[in-house]
Design a protein around this ligand. Structure first.
Ligand code: C5P
Length: 254
């Protein structure tokens, strides 16, 4: 990967120029950050697992007609994606009260919401990714009304699909974050799902026990962080039943 030109280094991923024009190689790191970079650490093997989990989810979403930036997984830590212009908005979809929603509105964590709620945050680390409304987004030109309609419709379809997918493996999809991009295909522009979907960007609770199987284990120092990511991968059928032993083996191929 060192021979490729680095385009951008984020908190959990590095982007390199892809082999063909209009393509990018997305490299998944083990680094983890929380609370707007105030907490930093590493989760051993996270990059390998998130690469596989995100691949599986993107491929399944493409299967129901959601356009995504994903082209193919290249190796343990890298995937080839289309180059897109990222819409500078994080879309958060919530089914159960948790995290900043509970804090902001004083709603007890774990309370099911009357319906799925879509929130928008401006992607701006210096400002701490503030919550913004559709009014802000369209007035400041971060996205048009039409783009936002498409983004919300797609997000709700993704939510319906993923809720069902996770329920079938005994997991409640509490909330998650999506990012979208503009993909220029000749004269045409299409809004496509971008970034990743993984336990870094979702709250995933065991349906029976409410045990957290996501990045909140790192954010809240709950321990067994690696094990939680492995458990999600195992239930999705990605990690062999024998678990961590095989997973350790992947390190040599990184
Ligand atoms: O922290 P908050 O409750 O707003 O997070 C809602 C959901 O969005 C969580 O699943 C969290 O993992 C995800 N998120 C994210 N990246 C951010 C902010 C939130 O993946 N920058």
């Amino acid at each position: 990967m060192n021979r490729r030109k680095q385009i951008y280094e984020g908190k959990a991923k590095v982007l390199f120029q892809g082999p063909e024009p209009g393509t990018i190689v997305q490299y998944f790191k083990d680094d983890a950050t929380a609370f707007n970079n105030k907490k930093k650490g590493t989760i051993s093997g996270k990059g390998v697992l998130n690469n596989r989990i995100s691949e599986l989810i993107m491929v399944r979403l493409q299967g129901i007609g959601i356009p995504t930036h994903f082209i193919k997984r290249l190796n343990m830590r890298e995937q080839l994606v289309r180059e897109v212009e990222i819409v500078p908005i994080e879309v958060i979809i919530r089914n159960v009260a948790a995290g900043t929603l509970s804090k902001r509105l004083g709603i007890e964590e774990g309370k099911p919401l009357p319906r799925s709620i879509v929130e928008f945050c401006l992607k701006n680390d210096e400002l701490g990714d503030p919550v913004v409304s559709e009014e802000h987004i369209t007035a400041f030109g971060w996205a048009t009304h039409q783009e936002l309609d498409e983004i919300v419709n797609m997000s709700l379809r993704i939510n319906d699909f993923l809720c069902g997918m996770f329920v079938s493996i005994g997991i409640r999809l509490v909330d998650f974050k999506l990012e979208f991009g503009r993909w220029y295909d000749g004269e045409e522009m299409r809004i496509v799902l971008a970034d990743e979907i993984s336990p870094d960007s979702c709250r995933l609770w065991d349906i029976q026990t409410d045990e957290k199987l996501d990045k909140d284990r790192f954010r809240r120092d709950l321990g067994k962080v690696e094990e939680a990511y492995q458990e999600v991968a195992r239930r999705l059928g990605i990690l062999p039943e024998s678990g961590p032993a095989d997973h350790q083996g992947t390190k040599a191929i990184q």
